[in-house]
Design a protein around this ligand. Sequence first.
Ligand code: NAP
Length: 449
Amino acid sequence: MASFQKLTAPVSGSKIEFKNGALVVPDNPIIPFIMGDGMGPDIWHPTKKVVDAAVAKAYGGKKKIEWFRIYAGLDAMQVYDKDTVLPEDTVNAIREYLVAIKGPLTTPVGGFEFVCMTCAAEMNGTDGKRPEKCPKCGSEWITKRFRSMNVGLRQLLDLYACVRPVKWIPGVPSPVKEPQNLDVVIFRENTEDVYAGIEFRQGEEATLEIIKFISAKIGKQIRTDSGIGIKPMSITGSKRLVEKAIQFAIEQKKKVVTLVHKGNIMKFTEGAFRDWGYEVAKEKFRDQIVTEKELWDNFNGKMPEGKVLINDRIADSIFQQVILRPSEYSVLATPNLNGDYLSDACAAQVGGLGMAPGSNIGESIGLFEATHGTAPKYTGLDKVNPGSLMLSAVLMLQYMRWNEAAALIEKGLAGAIRQKRVTYDLERQMEGAKVVKTSEFGDAVVENM
Ligand code: NAP
């Protein structure tokens, strides 16, 4: 049992456990949540309301989630100290309780150094000195010196699969003619490739040494005014990701798992990801899968009943495929960077980031999150779309096998959208829609369950 520095878990709930390779979920599980920065609280409150209503309705009061607030980002700085954005308590709580949900967290880019303690306004630092007061609200600025908390959480908890389902809800505005044909789940590797990338700045001694080393060892010439990037991809990281994707396809009766890679150009990383993917498919699932080559060599192109097809597509081609022939794909297994691009491109077809859920899954832990950022300009305005976090809660409930409650939330969302009671982002693209606040959208979802 973890002991916490500044957290007290609810006394009335019980812990979700992991036994014999499966989650064991009690009727009153304790679930930690991080509200998130910026507009995080705006979307969290209606999401909690919707989840509680769905669970109560689905199980007639027999099941109930005991929410456990934990901290990251700005609220952690307030509860812990000004330099702590990802407290050990938070990581330990997720590790202990296995299933958690979070809103978006601020990530610094480039020279960004300061954030306002109250309104989350951000400011670029110039000489490292903290500015006087926030011009917007008069509060104190805090110095931030962190790596991305999202990446930190994924690495510390070894949440190696970023899983993002992309499916259209009828009525959601879409830029494509037949958005209903796209129904894919993307399994993106979450710990290596560019996430574990190492960069060497142009002109530095180490960079020049690497350039010389490469020239001497393998005879490849690199311009001396180059920067260098290294992206590691391992057998371990690739195989466990593809294994999870295939396992999911088998359980959920999906037809195809596609390995997405750029192996025609990068043979020993991207190409190896494809090869290791086929290897693990044959090693672990021989009786349940057929590869695309076997399909033509042994089955004359006709897929045998009940098997999952394993094929692969080059990264640039899959971007065309998901637009031109989306119904041919169901599970996409990708390395880190390709998956990043592909997830957003697919999400754009079904309503954009406001409607795109996400999850980070490890051996036993599942951390569910909205895929968009903190959209700081909308903080506290009760304006943004909570759909992404609500759909992430749907994934969480499905992960817990509380499928009835998950289905009620989906029904409620579809109903609110059918009635055209939507937030500004959807309203501006829908004819005859009524714009509602974030909280009102939550109410509309509950009414439609
Ligand atoms: P963002 O917060 O995702 O917002 C960009 C734009 O996307 C918003 O201005 C808004 O567009 C639209 N949008 C995002 N979420 C929406 C929602 N729920 N409903 C309606 N529209 C929504 O991206 P950003 O401004 O680049 O990033 C802000 C901060 O978030 C940064 O610090 C970034 O690092 C961080 N971030 C965190 C996560 C995470 O925690 N997982 C992910 C991405 C970014 P319009 O104004 O055009 O309507």
